[in-house]
Write a protein that binds this ligand. Sequence first.
Ligand SMILES: C[S@@+](CC[C@H](N)C(=O)[O-])C[C@H]1O[C@@H](n2cnc3c(N)ncnc32)[C@H](O)[C@@H]1O
Length: 620
Amino acid sequence: MAQQSVGTEEQFEDLLAFIRENRGFDFNGYKRPSLHRRIEKRMQDAGVGAYGEYLERLKEDDDEFAQLFDTILINVTGFFRDMPSWEFMRKEIVPKIAAAKRSDEQIRIWSAGCATGEEAYSLAMIFADELGDEGFSERVKIYATDVDERALSEGRHGIFASDTVKDVPEAYRERYFESIDGRSIFSSDLRRAVIFGRNDLLVDPPISRIDLISTRNTLMYFNPDAQRRILLNFHFALLPTGYLFLGRSETLLARSSLFVPVDLKRRVFARGVREDMQEQLREMVEGDRAPIVPAPEAERIREASFDAAPIAQLVVDPAGHLAAANMQARTLFGLGQRDLGRPLQDLELSYRPVELRSVIEQAHTAHHTVSVRDIEWIRGGDSRSYDIQVGPLHAADGSLVGMSVTFAETTRYRKLQEANELQKERLETAFEELQSTAEELETTNEELQSTNEELETTNEELQSTNEELETMNEELQSTNEELNTMNDELRLRTEDLHQVNAFLESILGGLHAGVAVTDGELRVQAWNERARDLWGLRAGEVHGKHLMNLDFGLPIDQVMPLLRGVVNNGSQDGEVKLEATNRRGRQIEVRVRVSPMNGPEGDVRGAIVVMEEVDSKQDE
Ligand SMILES: C[S@@+](CC[C@H](N)C(=O)[O-])C[C@H]1O[C@@H](n2cnc3c(N)ncnc32)[C@H](O)[C@@H]1O
């Protein structure tokens, strides 16, 4: 389904071809389903919906290939992954490898597909445990290889998160790790024996003279053909006494005789002898076999037994004539008494079912039995097969008396063998399918694990963002509370102020004289009722205006000296009598008293101007 939406298989192949031609990396040896999933995952993360579009992205964006490579090469790993197998390795195999060597001989180990090095360092720990730290440093070399440079460089540092080393047995953890700033650093003495390097298992030549190849959870990413090629290389790389260590879900292809199981469950194999070599050995042994010479019998018994033998047998004399044919042979070739003594080449059996004279010639020259196996003879639509043996017959004095030719029918045996082969093949195919399904399951599992790790990182990031938000929230809440308190205080003060204002207003209102209060710049700040009555100006009209700018009947310029004296020079009260015009246009006499308005520190903040109509009679 997913495949349909992202493009065709052909477009997928174009993508792989582009990567191969432009980046020199050939993903053809990898299992298709996993490859599909990983590439599609990267496309999804990169926000690309189709293979064609992704090809364009790869062309434009140089960094994208690194991201894709990183997604395809799953680096899921761990120390002592699948502990029971490591226990077996430590207890059974490592001592055997050590015991097979002289005490000054090198031990060479290859961790192929080592990812970030946890597997190679696990091997270092169990070998150091067996040989002692000094013996280990002097004798052991561990080649840790992978195709992923980024993973290799991480491995080289030997620095791990504390969470990663939790699977290391405690005794090893204490002995081989140092904890600094929450990180675990692998022992530098042991680390020196581990050599990290890039090796592409599909392309590069193998490392040689190896005692143990550990290639866990790596073969399972390759298709059967690539696995076969890699296994041939591993066979070449191992010493005859070497071992191969695979991952929990991996096993060797059924038809391979390159390796023999030491413990199938723990996935440990010993190097075997190759099939083509086995064949050579078998031929060497058979070539040395002595010729079969029948034991001599009394003539009569011999004749009777010869005639009654269950397999067809002929005898050809040294001159090439048919000397004898037993009953089975007579029936098989339709021979009669008259055929005895005839030259062999005159008889059909000389060339059917096999060119007999050349085989006789061979046996004659070689002085021993020559066999021709599985000769098929089709007669009247019926197919039969025979094993034919031709061997010299010697008299008691050792002289050659003839050549014996036997035809042992193997039809039934051949059919059984064919049926057997078919069954075996079916079984092997079923086994390989099962194996491939198990590997597929494991690769899917590792993919899930890798996605899970990514999700965990995202989750941790989210959690930390969440924590930050929560802190900010708490800070805001506390600021809010402070603001609320300030707000309450402000409200109280405002209420106080209102009260004071009301109080002042009632005082000013209650006075019989007009009162104007100014600030230091002589701008009106307060103006009472009586002032309004006198001059016809409302408080709203005068507020904030300079006294000099007020349009009213008081000749304020005459009051200015007093005002300036109070505001600018700190003079005390002063008084003046003036002629003025009230709001009704009547001429009145007004007494104007100017006093300073002092602040709490005694500083002058303005002036208080009290204006009172003078009762002239009283004045006089
Ligand atoms: C799942 S990890 C296994 C790590 C380790 N062996 C373990 O079992 O914990 C598979 C490793 O195989 C590596 N790999 C994939 N293709 C490879 C190739 N062609 N040659 C060498 N290594 C390869 C990947 O980079 C990855 O690090």
